[in-house]
Design a protein around this ligand. Structure first.
Ligand code: RTP
Ligand code: MG
Length: 140
């Protein structure tokens, strides 16, 4: 495996619930290096690019609205196999189905149908990571 960079976002529910530190702790405990960390407020334009693959899906509009509902902690994490590794730390998309030991499994809540409130985002491939890091951290 090679050293990779991945984009992690602590979504507005994670920041609001005071879980940013706990999530950063888990990333560092796994051995990944924090290459960039910044509290950001998203814009509709940034989210349209970030979630381009989901445009037109039924959950797209509520997802964007949720992602605009408060600050986001944007993180570039670096390490061996960091892309798949962070996805594994995060757990399944639906927090009610995510395994114990994962961020979503341990800290996620059942918010009814609001699957989008699942605390974190992690890039799903090295290509996505490069694209997303370019969007959130131009120049890093
Ligand atoms: P992420 O991109 O946030 O790391 O999560 P993921 O790969 O596990 O999930 P993805 O399929 O890429 O979906 C992106 C985000 O959209 C919200 N979502 N809501 N049925 C729904 O209501 C639904 N499905 C997806 C979640 O916030 C998901 O993380
Ligand atoms: Mg995804």
């Amino acid at each position: 495996m090679t050293t990779e960079r991945t984009l992690v976002l602590v979504k507005p529910d994670g920041v609001r619930r005071g879980l940013s530190g706990e999530i950063l702790r888990r990333i560092e405990a796994k051995g990944y290096v924090l290459a960039a960390v910044e509290l950001r407020t998203a814009t509709p334009e940034l989210l349209a690019q970030h979630y381009a693959e989901h445009q037109g899906k039924p959950f797209y509009e509520p997802l964007v609205e949720f992602m605009l509902s408060g600050p986001i902690l944007a993180v570039v994490a670096e390490g061996q196999g960091a892309v798949a590794g962070f996805r594994s730390l995060a757990g399944a998309t639906d927090p009610t189905a995510a395994a114990p030991g994962t961020i979503r499994g341990d800290l996620g809540r059942d918010w009814g149908l609001k699957v989008q409130q699942n605390l974190v985002h992690g890039s799903d491939s090295q290509e996505s990571a490069a694209r997303e890091i370019g969007l959130w951290f131009p120049g890093v």
